[in-house]
Design a protein around this ligand. Structure first.
Ligand code: FAD
Length: 546
């Protein structure tokens, strides 16, 4: 059963309360740590300076995958660990993590030959213990073209099809946050750790600025974990932790309408420019393409998509799909994210290990960086084994072992297969105006909480005569009450992904959405106008390149 998230109540609990664990950062890593710790019985507080998942955790390729490319770097341990996690996360959130077919075409003189592809995928299936029905299959030249007729024929020698798992990174982070809250964790967005607090030369909490009320407050905790993603070094700097440092690399994605690039399934192919592999992944009415991997030295809060980034991806698509003629002006939306990788001397961005690493400063600030969205559960386990050990030594208390392998994520309490669940809910919601497609999309985002949204739509019937307004209001109400949405961008960018995947629709509804949100959040007209302007800037940035 989901509980409403009450920000004021949570803020009140922070004062006069000493937590076992304070987590700084509300991306997937921090969210995972909060859930793992709370489900072991620790008293946990998590703070996020902007919105949950507003850092890298909403800017990834949105795959829960074993990282085939890491085989090239001989990172067998990493492939095994994250490969096995795919099946686990799919089991814990079947609505949010879905298997898809990935086609890998093989070309003469390409970066992978037929033989190396078969070996690589075979090793991958073996390391990741992939179930029989999901193992790779090699394809003949004609079979590849049957699956993807738009691929270049010249030099095509065959290919392979294998399974990847598609997700929504920001939604996955939110599901983990909500599950952590069910175990008593206090999780707050728009709360920035401004300064670490020390007692006898040990970190014992943080001074925090609440951006909503413009108030500062102090949070005390026995152990502090820094899960600041690309900002990890900024926070580590305060605890004099300087022996290793991050190497940030930028990766961008572009989104084009599927009618301009009509691939019928996800394709993983190499770029003619430098032989790197990139993805083209269909999602509803669009296809997204990525990613790049370039060293980043700019402002961490604002990684931007450049025209050169976009051209790199477009040229790669046009070369591999000769009848497709993408241009920069066709790009509907985009995003840029930063990989918080651990610096390795002399290594190019693409060659740096994606392995996670934990640093402990002399004053006991525990920081974690590197890693993948896919590995969040295992990373959280490693961090909390350390934390639990420290709590045990300091207080002679026992904290249980990791529980998350068997903890379904919020919204996953289906009593039937997901497809059947969609059918049932679609039947009920028809009378209030939802189509089956809309219910399918709600279930992908919210799982069984779709029922609350349908109930909202019935209840809001008398306030919103127009069907589209009623549906929008029902979803907004849920996101305010249960997912701590504080502004228009939280909803249109991270809770729903609409800015990336449905920009033409967003343009028609964002002002209505701002008005409805204004009612639920009791905003003044000036505040609503400010939120509109903020979102308009985000829309502009999504399809304007520097
Ligand atoms: P973040 O998501 O950045 O979270 C850190 C948070 O800390 C931020 O929200 C930030 O606001 C907050 N914060 C910072 N300072 C403070 C402070 N002082 N006070 C409070 N909060 C603070 N992995 C996969 O498994 N699959 C993929 O398909 C995939 N694709 C990727 C594609 C790209 C282009 C990139 C860049 C990465 C990709 N990854 C992928 C990797 C994955 O996205 C990251 O490993 C993961 O999202 C990192 O999460 P995080 O929580 O560590 O960092």
């Amino acid at each position: 059963m989901q509980e409403k998230a009450e920000r004021k109540k949570s803020l009140n609990e922070l004062v006069n309360h000493r937590f076992d664990l304070l987590v700084i950062g509300g991306g997937i890593t921090g969210a995972g740590i909060a859930l793992d710790a709370a489900s072991r019985g620790m008293r946990v507080c998590l703070i996020e300076k902007y919105d949950f998942a507003s850092g890298t955790s909403s800017k990834s390729t949105k795959l829960i995958h074993g990282g085939l490319r890491y085989l090239k770097q001989m990172e067998f341990g990493l492939v095994r660990e994250v490969g096995m996690e795919r099946a686990i996360i799919h089991r814990l959130a079947p609505h949010l993590v879905k298997p898809i077919n990935m086609l890998l075409p093989v070309y003469k003189n390409g970066s992978l030959g037929k033989f190396t592809t078969a070996i690589a995928l075979g090793v991958y299936d073996w390391l990741a213990k992939v179930k029989k029905e999901e193992r790779f299959r090699m394809l003949k030249h004609s079979e590849v073209l049957q699956l993807e007729p738009l691929l270049a024929v010249h030099n095509l020698v065959g290919g392979a099809v294998y399974k990847e798992y598609q997700t929504d990174d920001a939604r996955l982070t939110m599901a983990v946050i909500k599950t952590a809250q069910q175990f008593g964790a206090i999780c707050l967005n728009y709360c920035k750790a401004e300064k670490l607090l020390f007692n006898q030369n040990r970190v014992c909490g943080a001074q925090v600025f609440d951006l909503d009320s413009n108030n500062s407050l102090q949070i005390q905790a026995q152990v502090v974990v820094n899960a600041g993603g690309p900002w990890v070094d900024v926070i580590r700097g305060e605890a004099n932790d300087t022996n290793k440092y991050l190497h940030l690399t930028k990766g961008i994605h572009i989104v084009v309408p599927d009618k301009l690039f009509p691939v019928s399934q996800a394709v993983y192919f190499d770029t003619p420019q430098d032989g790197r592999m990139i993805f083209a992944i269909p999602r509803d009415r669009v296809v997204y393409i990525g990613t790049t991997d370039t060293s980043f030295l700019g402002e961490i809060d604002k990684p931007l998509v450049t025209e050169a980034d976009v051209e790199y991806l477009i040229n790669a698509v046009n070369a591999k799909f000769p009848s497709v003629h993408l241009q920069v002006s066709h790009v509907e939306s985009s995003w840029a994210g930063l990989r918080p990788l651990i610096h390795q001397k002399g290594k190019a961005p693409g060659a740096i290990s994606r392995k996670d690493e934990i640093f402990i400063s002399p004053q006991n600030l525990i920081s974690i960086a590197g890693g993948k969205l896919t590995g969040y559960r295992r990373m959280s386990q490693k961090v909390n084994d350390l934390v639990a050990n420290q709590l045990k030594v300091n207080n002679a208390i026992n904290i249980s072992t990791c529980q998350t392998i068997n903890l379904p994520l919020s919204g996953s309490n289906f009593k039937m297969p997901v497809n059947e669940y969609v059918e049932r809910r679609a039947g009920e919601a028809k009378q209030i105006g939802f189509t089956k497609k809309e219910i399918e999309q709600l279930v992908f985002k919210y799982g069984t909480a779709t029922e609350i949204i349908i109930e909202n739509a019935f209840a809001l019937h008398k306030f919103y005569a127009e069907e589209h307004m009623r549906k929008l209001a029902a979803e907004l109400k849920y996101s305010v009450e249960y997912e701590m949405v504080m502004n228009l961008s939280d909803f249109l960018i991270r809770r729903t992904g609409m800015l990336y995947f449905n920009l033409p629709y967003v343009k028609t509804i964002y002002k209505d959405a701002a008005q409805i949100l204004g009612t639920f959040l009791r905003l003044t007209d000036a505040e609503i106008e400010m939120q509109i302007q903020f979102f308009e800037n985000a829309m502009h940035e999504a399809h304007t390149f520097t």
